[in-house]
Design a protein around this ligand. Structure first.
Ligand SMILES: Nc1ncnc2c1ncn2[C@@H]1O[C@H](COP(=O)(O)OP(=O)(O)OP(=O)(O)O)[C@@H](O)[C@H]1O
Ligand SMILES: [Mg+2]
Length: 238
């Protein structure tokens, strides 16, 4: 189970959103840290094939994901940063719909959906329409749909945005539990979201990977006391 990215580049016109990005991902939690505009979502959108790359390769166990196409997409769970949602759907109807889109077996999906509602603490609101949900509740519905089908690669683009401290903590602990035998991407600009759970932290700036390592390695490299110091040392100048 290996996702190898080589020299991946994405341009929007003259703007280089991602520059020669290379990294090998094996099961674990990867904290992708960077300021607004650093290229985090662009990287996630390239892995999900939502945007077209200009150069480079993304290989899943040796085969480019563009070749694998639908069979690769089946392995993905994606929680997008933007909250476009179906306001007239109830949360449960939305998850059922997403399970259909993913081609999951209905009976199994329905059972998993109820487990997921429990997990994201929305059991009592599952029958209500998404249009009436708060921002944090929507985040949790988006997380739940990403987890449908037990994906081997889980992409969480700013999953904690808009969550209150209690839900943020719950989510963090939950993500830590999820990491076994899967590759989890977690983008954020909030250092504390990944400090305790990331196996590796990737620091991005202006579309480039500027540094990576375990939280401890990075903290030592700047002789700091926490990842906040690491962030300021490597990314603080922008
Ligand atoms: N659809 C697009 N069209 C033009 N430029 C884009 C587009 N999407 C992203 N960009 C540019 O690419 C760069 C990287 O954007 P990206 O969304 O990947 O950053 P990010 O690290 O996810 O930021 P944030 O923390 O704000 O989510 C930015 O300069 C952005 O303006
Ligand atoms: Mg983003």
């Amino acid at each position: 189970m290996e996702l190898v990215i080589e020299h991946l580049t994405k341009k929007y016109g003259e703007k280089v959103a991602l520059r020669e990005f290379s990294y090998t991902f094996t099961p674990g939690i990867y904290g992708i840290l960077g300021a607004n505009g650093a290229g985090k979502s662009t990287l996630m959108n390239l892995i999900t094939d939502n945007v077209k790359r200009n150069e480079g390769q993304i290989l899943w166990d040796g085969t480019d994901i563009l070749k694998l196409s639908a069979s690769f997409r089946k392995l993905l769970g994606y929680m997008p940063q933007q909250q476009g949602m179906y306001s007239d759907f109830s949360a449960r109807a939305f998850l059922r719909y997403m399970a259909d889109v993913k081609g999951l077996n209905r009976k199994q999906a329905n059972r998993q959906i109820e487990e997921l509602f429990e997990l994201v603490n929305l059991k009592d609101a599952a029958h209500k329409k998404l249009g009436g949900f708060s921002g944090g509740m929507r985040q949790r519905v988006l997380l739940a749909q990403a987890l449908l089908g037990e994906p081997q690669i889980l992409i969480l683009d700013e999953p904690t945005a808009g969550l209150d401290p209690k839900e943020r903590l719950r989510l963090r602990q939950y993500i830590a539990d999820l990491a076994e035998n899967r590759i989890v991407f977690l983008t954020t600009h909030i250092v504390s979201d990944i400090e305790s759970i990331a196996t590796d932290v990737l620091l991005m700036k202006d579309g480039a990977l500027v540094r990576h390592g375990t939280p401890d390695e990075l903290i030592q490299s700047v002789q700091g006391k926490d990842l906040e110091d690491v962030y300021m040392a490597y990314l603080g100048g922008s």
